[in-house]
Design a protein around this ligand. Structure first.
Ligand SMILES: [Zn+2]
Length: 107
């Protein structure tokens, strides 16, 4: 019998990561909402900081989307199957990247 992908294990990890990302994004939003400093020089520094935060936020959002897609595949029963070639994604790959949608050949 072929070794089955332990979907529940990955579901747990994906959900944990999702919570973590959501919390981090909330923190970022709070930081971005802080009142603007009246001092011009300080303001420039803060703007740079805001950009860094925004980039972090965007990276987080991209990861959240991928995780949600992976959770949807779990619901549909297609988790661990490459969305391109429909071959199984290796456990080694899922171990590193549980939200992987494609096998390493199709990435
Ligand atoms: Zn593939």
């Amino acid at each position: 019998m072929a070794k089955m992908v332990d979907v529940q294990k990955y579901a747990k990890r994906l959900k944990g990561r999702l919570l973590e990302l959501n919390e981090r994004l909330e923190d970022i939003e709070q930081d971005l909402d802080e009142p603007v400093n009246p001092d011009a020089e300080e303001r420039a520094t803060e703007r740079e900081g805001d950009e860094v935060l925004e980039n972090l936020g965007n990276a987080g959002l991209v990861e959240i989307k991928k995780i949600q897609a992976a959770l949807a595949r779990i619901d549909k029963g297609t988790f661990g199957v490459c969305v391109s070639c429909e071959e199984p994604i290796s456990n080694e790959r899922l171990e590193v990247l549980p939200h992987a949608a494609r096998c390493r050949h199709c990435t």
